[in-house]
Structures are given as C-alpha cells and as structure tokens.
Ligand binder design. Sequence first.
Ligand SMILES: [Zn+2]
Length: 181
Amino acid sequence: MASSSSYSNPPCAACKFLRRKCLPGCIFAPYFPPEEPQKFANVHKIFGASNVSKLLNEIQPHQREDAVNSLAYEAEARMKDPVYGCVGAISVLQRQVIRLQKELDATNADLMRYANREVSNQMVNNQQRNMNYGRRSSMGAVGGPGIIDQTNYGFCVVPSYNNDNNSPNTWNNPEADDDSM
Ligand SMILES: [Zn+2]
C-alpha cells in the first residue's frame, strides 16, 4: 500500500508483549510476528526474553529461525506438561518404538514359521508324488496333493532330490536355476 510509508509497522509480538518500541533490526521481529502473540508469551515465560535475545545473538542468523522454532516447541510442551515437557513426548514415542519393534519381531517369527511349514509340506508332497509316480496312470487328472505345481510358491523351491536339473545348491535360492547366470 502507498500509505505504508507514513504508517509505522506494528510492533513484533515480543516488543508488544514487553511494551517497548519495536526498532528496525529488532532481534525478535523476524521470528515473532504480531499475529502469533502466544508464541512469544510461552517462550518468555519458560526461557525469559533476555535469555532468548542472548541466545539469538550468539548463533548464526541462518540458525535463528530453527532455534526459535525449537524454543517455541519446548516452551509449549513445558506449558502443557510442567513436569516432563518435551521429555514426556519423547518417552511416549520411545515406548511406542519398543512396542512396535516387538510386534515386528513377532510377525517376522510367524512369517518364518509359516514359510518353514510350507517347505515341510512341499517335502511331504514330493515324497508322496515320488511314491505315486509308478501308478500315476491310475490317478488320472485328479489334482491330488502330490501334483501341486511347485513353481507357484515363489519363496520355496523344489527340493533337489525331486528334480534332476536342480543341484542341492538351489535350495532356498530361486534365482539359481536361471541359466543366464
Ligand atoms: Zn520487536
């Protein structure tokens, strides 16, 4: 607006709170806009305006915004939880990580058990198929357990004794029967 030159900017939230004139170059102005009065009120209550001012002057200008944001976060947490502050939130998240890690470990163990069971079933099926091989003609096209297509199970391979093309080294290694390797 053209009229802005004759109208002084409103003081930053810090200067307004401290009832002082917000001079050009005010250390607080870039980080405590007048629209967010509570941000400064919290930071001032927990850390004190002079400590914040000192801290901002001690660090590089490009670090000041991050510093103010972390101070504001910590101050707000401390207002909500005077005993633990941020540590309360960190502690909750750490417990959550531990719980989820246990859940993940249990699920991985289940997965291993199911995979092993599948391999055992395959071995039993193959033994049955070998036993039935001599009288297959009498079985017709009925899909008994001995003639399941093993290739549908990507995570387990046909045991080597069942297939002359597979060496024992192909066990648990579905890629190994790729001739291009
Ligand atoms: Zn100011």
